[in-house]
Every structure is written in C-alpha cells, then in structure tokens.
Design a protein around this ligand. Sequence first.
Ligand code: ARG
Length: 459
Amino acid sequence: MSKDKLWGGRFTQPTDRFVEEFTASIEFDKRLYHQDIRGSIAHARMLGRQGIIATVDADSIVGGLEDILARIEAGSFDFSVSLEDIHMNIEARLSECIGEAGKRLHTGRSRNDQVAVDIRLYLRDELGEICTFLDKLVDSLLFQSERNLGVIMPGYTHLQVAQPILFSHHMMAYVEMFGRDRGRMEDCLKRLNALPLGAGALAGTTFPIDREYVAELLEFPEVTRNSLDSVSDRDFALEFMSASSILMMHLSRFSEELIIWSTSEFGFIELSDSFCTGSSIMPQKKNPDVPELVRGKTGRVYGNLMALLTVMKSLPLAYNKDMQEDKEPLFDTIDTVKGSLKIFADMIREMKVNAGTMRAAAARGFSTATDVADYLVRKGLPFRDAHEIVGKAVRYCVENSTDLPELTLETWKNFSESIEADIFEAITLEASVNARKATGGTALERVKAEIERVKAGRE
Ligand code: ARG
C-alpha cells in the first residue's frame, strides 16, 4: 500500500484522495524548489565529507539534484500532489533517477528542519530584492525632490491648511519612512540568517553531522542553537510580515495623498495615464487605480500577518502541521510588497507636479499666521499674546473677506503697535518656508542638505 509515499511503510490503507489534496502543499511550496535543492546539495556534501554516506553517493546525489533543478527550470518536471510537498517531490524523483544513492539523502535530516532552512533561504533572497525595490522608490522620491526644489505647497494638520512647506520636504518625509522600512528589513535578516538544518525532526540527530560546514556552504553566518526552537520558529516570517505591514502602512498613506492630490478639487499632481484607468460609463474619468489598489492591498498584508500570528498562537513545540499554513501568507506578502514598491517607484518618477496650483493653495487658509505670531515674538511679545493678536487679525480677515498679506500697515497697527513695514516680507510664502532652518525644517537650504545627505549615504 501507499507505494509511492516516502513514508508508506507503516500504512496498510492508501490515503483518502481528498485528504491527500487537503494536506498537500505542493501547489504553493513548489516555489521553494531552488532553495530546497540548494539545501539538499549542501546536506549531501556534508554527509559525504563526514563519511556518513559514501562520497560517490554524495556526488551522484549532487548530480541528480542539479538535473532536477534544470528540469524544473525548463518546465518539464511533473509535480505530484500525492507526493505532498516540494521536499518529497524532489526526493522521490531523485531516487527514481539515481536509484539507491538518492534514498540516502534524507539521512540525519527531517522535513521539519528542511522546510525551515528552505523558507529562510527563500526569504533571505527576497529581502535583498525588497531592499533593492525600496532603493528604487527612494531614487524616484529624490528625483522628484530635486526636480521640484522650491515648489511650495500647503502643509496640513487635520487636513486643514497649517503652514507652507516645500513639496520636496513632503517627498523627503517618505524617504525617511522608507529608510526605516529598509532598516527593519535588514534587522529581520540578522535574526533570520542562522542555519536550522541539523535539528532533525526536533531533537537533533544521531549522526556525526557538521552543521557549521553546511552553514558555510549555504552562507549562514551562524547555526541555530536549539533543535526544538529551530524547527518550530517562524519568528523571522512574522518579523518580516510586521515590517511589511508598517511598510504598506506608509505606502497606504502615500496612496491616500496621491489620490487626494489628483482630485480636480486639489489638482496638485497628475499621475501618468499609464498608471490610471478610465470609467466604462463616465467619459471624463481618469481614476488613480494604482494608489487605490496599493491602499487596498495594505489590508491584505495586515491580514497575512494576523493569519500567521494566529496560526502560531499556542502551538506546542515543536513542529505541527499547522505551520504549513505559514507559506501562503508569507509568499503573498512578498509578492504584494514587491509589486507595490515596484509600481510606486515608476509611478512617482512619472508623476507631474502642478507647482502653480500647489502654491496658490499654500497662499490660502492663512497659512502664514504662525509667521505673524513669530514676528511679534521677535519684536518682544510673549508667544501667547502674539497668538491672540494674530487670531484676531485672522478673524478680521474672515469677516471682511480678505487675507493677511492684503492688510495695510494701518490695519495691522490696530492689532499691534509693534507691527512695522517689515511685516510684509516676513509673511511671504518663501520667507515662511525659509525661516524654518533648524535640522529637520522645511527651509530650502535645509531640504537641499537633506537630499545631499541621503544621496551621499547611498553611494
Ligand atoms: N510541507 C510541510 C510544511 O510546509 C513540510 C514539513 C512537513 N513535516 C511533517 N512532519 N509533516 O510544513
């Protein structure tokens, strides 16, 4: 019975067809084929070197695995659901191809430590790619910041006009966020980068294996220290998914701003046609589908994190089949994050900035009221009194449908005797922006310096 199963020995009845399908992971874990083969080659080399299997067998295993790799990459490998997962699909085919030697590969190893090493290898590669995509997005942000240096827009709090800022300063805020995201990805790599292979099913192995040698072959700077933990740890996936959730949160905020900014009411930016779609009924529509979808996909990434946290919750040590449920949310998170970063990098680079509209909006909403208050403070008034005076001036403007820059010196003097002719130049948009010179402020020279600092840090 169960002749094709690698574990058929103790069974007398075949597996129920539906159970077979239900328990199989091959449909989604086949994407681990490269890492699985890489791990197996390292394991086989170590077994041969340690004299646990004959060197000829080790060599023939390595050759057989390389053939299988080529076949999978050529698309001519038949994956079988009855062989459950990628590990058994490859191992069974190996034995079919090279005979007896193939059956020696699994010596001193279990699928539990095998899958753990596969996922770590896989995620390690993907982390590198995600960092590259993050860098590309930051490149696009730097490109827009430099191209639009000097463009003034309204800065908001509560989505109400607050103070004028440079558009580049706004873009550079995202550079900070994505910089931290990159840091979190690198940090995740530190803990992920340890070899779990050698833990066996859960307790270690009776064979004289050399884990350090395998670690060296697979470029892991260290080996994991406890066999139970090695096979039951999925923290690295959770850390990655947490970091991804924060990253997507950033992208969702950015998306939201792009969506608002491209409304006809705002008109701050225009997304390139290639990142928008039309409506099947309303001929005038150009919808910002890409940022909307990225905003929506943020929910999927949070959901994936919740799914895996919930799978892992209360699981007793060590491996449990529940853990097979780690892969789909992990893979989906990787795909979603990569896709979102890639499309954002291109969309941001092509985005058109309407400097005039931004500037006009920055001039409305009494955005320089704080500058008047600061002006009065420089003339010797306490800030609270200055705040009160400017509040009254704003109320006057609202009631008389005018604006702060329109007030005559005479009118200003009704609010405070300390106000003099230099008020006019103190409350221009440029003066307002450029007065904020301390580190982190929106002054042109400061933003330029930040752009340079970030660029220098990436060379
Ligand atoms: N497909 C399994 C998984 O992804 C591999 C490990 C199976 N181990 C076991 N003891 N059933 O988790």
